[in-house]
Design a binder for this molecule. Structure first.
Ligand SMILES: NC(=O)c1ccc[n+]([C@@H]2O[C@H](COP(=O)([O-])OP(=O)(O)OC[C@H]3O[C@@H](n4cnc5c(N)ncnc54)[C@H](OP(=O)(O)O)[C@@H]3O)[C@@H](O)[C@H]2O)c1
Length: 319
């Protein structure tokens, strides 16, 4: 049985492990235990963000493993993100420094703009400021200035790579055209029901590696899915999984990985942590890939409803 690629090559020539540990909504001891076990069984890519509020725990575990000689810093790939309130030039620099401080690292491997639609920095540390009607308060930033700050952070060796998340083609092209250092990664929602073919082609043309979240159907956020179909319950996925003697989760992860896209499954369950990293050890048949490709139906679990009214949101473009 063919294995899938353990690493994808970025535009720097350096490699990013295909499977990363998603850490959103994991904190404290649950995160410490899950991450420590994940490193033990071979995870080397960790995905976090300033807004997840869990960089300190990640830093503790990484520091301890490096200190004990069971993991080398050079073998790790750590991604964090600049939140939408810190898209101003100076704020972006400070946000990165805050993340590095939390993580107890001299550099991260990937720094992403978490979302290009900004929110105002009220100076009180609130990462999700609300307007008087209780909706998310919006602010527009010059994204090219933000990108200049990201480039400065590369120049200062505070991050090896810079990239984007939740960006639409218009903003990707705008940054790409002006950038001295090109984005090397686009992190976005991607799964069997939302296969992101248009953005996939744009990224392939520009040598940008795509990294997918929501691959399992955003199970951790039922509030996001509303009455949307449950991806893990899809009859085609279930049929393939029982025939292959795999779980539906493994089938969904394998499908996205075989598209040469990164995957970021979050788990705090040992059995799943192991299954999710082992998903590269086998591959679906071309017939089954075809069956899953036919499931594409534009179901987006992470809608970012607040961003839909943002002046920098482009209607009718994918993200
Ligand atoms: N850039 C962005 O805006 C953005 C947005 C969302 C997410 N992300 C990143 O992507 C990561 C993944 O996020 P997600 O929301 O898409 O989570 P996910 O990985 O789709 O789902 C996590 C949920 O699925 C369960 N699970 C894990 N492995 C499974 C398996 N093999 N079979 C069945 N269920 C399984 C987990 O439960 P257990 O923990 O109990 O195993 C958890 O409830 C995040 O942690 C974050 O790092 C980035």
């Amino acid at each position: 049985m063919t294995s899938l690629r353990k690493y994808l090559t970025l535009n720097s020539g350096k490699r990013i492990p295909t499977v990363g540990l998603g850490t959103y909504m994991m904190k404290n001891d649950v995160l410490r235990e899950a991450l420590d076990y994940a490193l033990y069984i071979g995870y080397r890519h960790i995905d976090t963000a300033l807004s997840y509020g869990n960089e300190v725990e990640i830093g503790d575990v990484v520091e301890s493993r490096i200190k004990h000689g069971t993991v080398k810093r050079k073998d790790l790939f750590i991604t964090t993100k600049i939140p939408p309130v810190y898209l101003g030039y100076k704020d972006c620099l400070e946000s990165a420094e805050k993340s590095l401080d939390n993580l107890k690292l001299n550099y991260v491997d990937m720094l992403l703009i978490h979302h290009p639609c900004g929110n105002p920095n009220r100076g009180d540390g609130n990462l999700k400021p609300l307007d008087k009607n209780g909706g998310r308060e919006l602010a527009s930033y010059d994204i090219l200035r933000t990108w200049n700050a990201m480039e400065k952070l590369v120049g200062e060796n505070r991050t090896v790579h810079i990239g984007l998340s939740n960006c639409q083609p218009t903003v990707i092209n705008k940054i790409w055209k002006a950038a001295k250092i090109k984005p090397s990664n686009l992190q976005l929602e991607c799964h069997a029901y939302l296969q992101q073919n248009e953005l996939g082609k744009l990224c392939a043309d520009k040598g940008i590696i795509m990294t997918s979240y929501g691959v399992l159907g955003a199970m951790a956020r039922p509030d996001q899915s509303g009455n949307k179909p449950v991806l893990l319950d899809d009859p085609v996925i279930k049929e393939i999984s029982s025939r292959m003697n795999r779980t539906p989760g493994e089938v969904l992860l394998n499908f996205v990985a075989q598209l040469n896209r990164g995957i970021l499954p979050k788990s705090q369950t040992k059995v799943r942590l192991k299954q999710n990293i082992d998903v590269l050890g086998w591959s679906l048949s071309q017939e089954d890939v075809k069956l899953i490709k036919n499931l594409g139906r534009n179901v987006k679990y992470f809608d970012f409803p607040w961003a839909k009214n943002h002046p920098d949101y482009v209607p009718n473009e994918p993200f």
